[in-house]
Design a protein around this ligand. Sequence first.
Ligand code: SIN
Length: 482
Amino acid sequence: MRRAHLPIVVVGGGVAGLATALAAAPAPVRLLCRARDGCGSATALAQGGIAAALDPHDSVAAHAADTLVAGAQHNEAAMVAWLTAAAPAAIDWLQAHGVAFDRAADGALQLGREGGHATARIVHAGGDATGAAVFCALREQAQAASHVQWRGGVDVDGLLWRGGRVVGVRTRDERGRHEQVEAAAVVLATGGIGALYARTSNPPGADGAGLALGLAAGAAARDLEFVQFHPTALDVPGHCLPLLTEALRGAGARLHDDAGNALMAGVHPLGDLAPRDVVSRRVAAVQAAGGRAWLDATAVQGDWEQRFPTVLAACLAHGFDPRRQALPVTPAAHFHMGGLATDADGRTSVPGLYAVGEVACNGVHGANRLASNSLLEGVLCGQRLGHGLRTAVAADVGVGPLRVIERGASLPLAELAGLRALLWHAAGPRREAGALRDAWRVCAARADSGWQARLAKALLRAMRLRRRSLGAHWREDRGCPS
Ligand code: SIN
């Protein structure tokens, strides 16, 4: 049986899902999002920008080298070479799709600098509102595209399975009604897992639901232990915290402790612009010793409304004026380097199932993602996957009875809050064997109560198995058997 007439189903409306959907034209695409308006992905919250070697003194090789250093050389080198070489074309593609990047008076693109980058190579839009600019432009394109049928307000809670392959999805709408959608291919573009932690820079929907679904279908996972913590979320009460972009430190902001001592002095040659894992651990160490870390951005020059409007608004909303006072900061779960293992073309180990963006792991980020490489990956891997799927739509549908592989019930809210706290304490920026083992046991005991506990168990297993520190996976007890 052929299924050329069936749509490609893309689950998730962030940058990776949107780029996949647009690039798949003219193949029909059904784009499914949890939020009615398609908002709610981490893309729209991304501040810093998109890395690309555009300065005449910069080079693709230098961008690749910084990516490999940040990733602790755990990266797929071929993917890094491809991503960094294609980065300038990604900027062109985004501009052609309506993204207006910030420009200097002479018309040249403004380039910012962030942690781990040896030079200024971050293209940005709306000052620190790059993600929102990318999201709005691509969403507009996708909503206008005749080959894309958009549906918001639905959760994909099951995968349709026939004859050893994924052949569609089961959706659940806001009123709890289920629908089955058969597909030529299913693409998970559901984002990361930050919201499984008690403190995150991600939106609430970045809860690992797509990863859990892929694992339920038997898809292979890779590098699940590598979770990046952003060092400077605003330290206010709450779960999803405002981000204070690393570009602030690129523009002169500095970290200090309660006594005003420079936090990063003597810790790393790049000081305040050291890779994120290094800065996050330093901030976490100050907190563990009972202190607080502060980001002093009062020396940042220029017009805050133009350059950092998102940070300014978020700080003022919480009663802090970053132009006049230091800001309390905390690490927060920010990005998952691990995910469903894919090849360079987004194929998972399960026929018919693809993954792209943060839910996927093709190895490009290694053990720790370089700043501003994530929107870049979403654009380029989405394009690559979308192009590939244009011709993949004539695959066989498989034979045999249709069945639904379910993600399963969610944890009750009180238990979910407990799980987030557990992961924060055991699986945060600093980890050790006993806490990982105890947390794993709690999750194993709760595995039948909700999919989040099963997913956390899988994450903790990977963290326990990697006994030595690497990149963002820091073992305080490095070398000890667990
Ligand atoms: C930031 O603006 O600091 C975050 C950017 C990123 O995650 O790459």
